[in-house]
Design a protein around this ligand. Sequence first.
Ligand SMILES: Nc1ncnc2c1ncn2[C@@H]1O[C@H](COP(=O)(O)OP(=O)(O)OP(=O)(O)O)[C@@H](O)[C@H]1O
Length: 217
Amino acid sequence: MSKKWGVKMEIKMNSISVVIKGKRIFSNITDTMNSGDMVALTGSSGCGKTTLLNCLGLIQPIESGSILINGKDTSKWNDKDKTKFWHKYATFIYQDYGIIEDETVAYNITLDKSKAKSKAVKNILDKVGLNGRDSELAIVLSGGEKQRIGIARAILKNASIIYADEPTASLDSENRQIVISLLKECASNGAIVILATHDDRLVSECNKVISLNKNRN
Ligand SMILES: Nc1ncnc2c1ncn2[C@@H]1O[C@H](COP(=O)(O)OP(=O)(O)OP(=O)(O)O)[C@@H](O)[C@H]1O
């Protein structure tokens, strides 16, 4: 992972607010993220970290304000534009790993059987510490190893934006550190890494922290 990857990105939130089923979740969040940023979305349970992550990933609609990606107002994007954006630039990493347990490690990284045996996959498995594990079924992996599959997908894709919801929450201390180091490396290679998290150790590694506690009503 020595070369800068992905496309240069800027995500700008202008005074965004979200209401779900009549309940205001947060109001007036304004901030900007750029390639290379590792950003923590923090705050107490239920304050809206996952909701904001989903807004930034264009999954959750906002009630007011705007989200601009490279200067383009995403409220004007239709489903086709969003699908193209996810496909080309974005990767999602989940607390419960988001993997297909009865498929191989290599397939889980590529989601394409024709590419599962490629050299690129072997190199990435080395980088995430899963060398030689490509043809094992994902079900046999530990939690930490499963989480590294999500990161391997982001590396294979050269993802410009990595969205991660509590990526370290289910991990022991050693695996937490491995995942934090890999996410940091993704940011230093030019991705924007956005994390909804309660993990103080992960937050301390981020160069930007957006606390939602102060944006509650
Ligand atoms: N689809 C939904 N329907 C109803 N309420 C929702 C929905 N999605 C989120 N909420 C509410 O929005 C609030 C924020 O939820 P969110 O999951 O974003 O918080 P969080 O900060 O990520 O919480 P945690 O730290 O516990 O994971 C919560 O009160 C939640 O119940």
